[in-house]
Design a protein around this ligand. Sequence first.
Ligand SMILES: Cc1cc2nc3c(=O)[nH]c(=O)nc-3n(C[C@H](O)[C@H](O)[C@H](O)COP(=O)(O)OP(=O)(O)OC[C@H]3O[C@@H](n4cnc5c(N)ncnc54)[C@H](O)[C@@H]3O)c2cc1C
Length: 408
Amino acid sequence: MSRILVIGAGMVGLSCARALAAEGHAVTVVDRDPPGDKCSFGNAAGLGVTEIIPAAVPGLALKVPGWLMDPLGPLSLRPGHLPKLVPWLWRFLRSGTWPEVERITAALATLSARVYEDFLPVMDELGLAGEVHRVGALWVYDTRAGFEADARFRALRRRHGIVCEEISGAEARALEPALSEAVQYAMVTPQWSHVADPKCIVDRLREHLAARGVAMVAGEVRGIEGSSLALADGRRLPFDTAIVAAGAWSGRLAASIGERALIESERGYNTTFPAPGVTLSREVIFAERAFVATPIEAGIRIGGAAEFAGLDAPPNYARSDVLAELGRRYLPGLNIAGGTRWMGHRPTTADSMPVIGRSVKRPDVVYAFGHGHTGLTLGPTTGRLVAEIVGNRPTSVDIAPFSIARFS
Ligand SMILES: Cc1cc2nc3c(=O)[nH]c(=O)nc-3n(C[C@H](O)[C@H](O)[C@H](O)COP(=O)(O)OP(=O)(O)OC[C@H]3O[C@@H](n4cnc5c(N)ncnc54)[C@H](O)[C@@H]3O)c2cc1C
């Protein structure tokens, strides 16, 4: 029985720990703040199985200046962070060609195709089977130009088995009467689901692991030194295998063994409205404004935004307020009283693909990070793959595209 240390108690790390413990390994999870409010705590609760198209696509660069200038726009960048962002940005822009988009989409589709097979048994095990709402999602557009510009992405999704039903604005309002007249065109993606409460899933996963003898150590990992994790308080934790699942912070840990991962914190914001005064029956994606509204147990959560400001800058909750304002534009009856604002660090790689696989330098280090917008969705699938890698078995999907080697 080998000693496995998992760094990170977010959705991905806990899912890896669960899958490894189920195979009889002695697993310990290390996190500087195990029950903390990290990215897995407050996300938009979507099982975004249709999200297989990378962020960098042809034509995106032309939209960026307009987005940066628009106070209600989806993108912001703190100028002081720009020098650090350059290598990531350069690779991001280079990924935005059609051949790359097709290659990355095909790779992400292999992960996405496994989601329900891997996610639902975990929810069953946690006693949360009833909390997955398999009701699809509604993508809405205000302009014909925006709807038509996405036609190429609908076609690409369909090629990978994703159902995209095109409907009118009136049909969208028939499905979701809370939507305003601003909605002119829409698309239904029936394969999408949402969960009642993402925080409940990570809370239950921690309890489930504790009941199965998985130890949880509170401590900040400074780096991997020899066959130990070096903690900030001087402790050293020996391992046979280390799993790096530290979300947006994983790049620092890979660097401690001399490997490069082009990963950034893509900071996202949301506000959860406890008494929204309107109802939604499914997640709504406001495609041209790049934000979403999800009906969760705690109310309606409106979130989105991509802010590049690094891991250490304090949150700018004006971004949450912008999203609330947009929410009222599209959901005119929305009551924004008592909203709770939140910011999380999406672990986003320059090519929108996670890093899953063994380190190139150290076979005893396995990476599981960089899930960007879909870490909730892909947590259990990543756990399965990591257990297969550690067990030296063939993996359920080809993990070659997800190797950290692509950044070296
Ligand atoms: C606004 C927003 C909306 C989103 N909506 C969705 C959605 O609808 N669906 C979806 O699938 N995904 C969504 N995501 C993305 C998803 O939340 C993330 O991809 C996912 O949470 C990443 O999980 P993780 O376990 O990799 O990282 P995290 O949850 O960030 O966990 C990493 C853990 O590592 C720990 N850690 C880091 N460094 C160290 C260290 N040196 N030592 C010890 N511990 C360390 C941290 O404390 C943390 O607990 C959203 C994200 C945001 C911000």
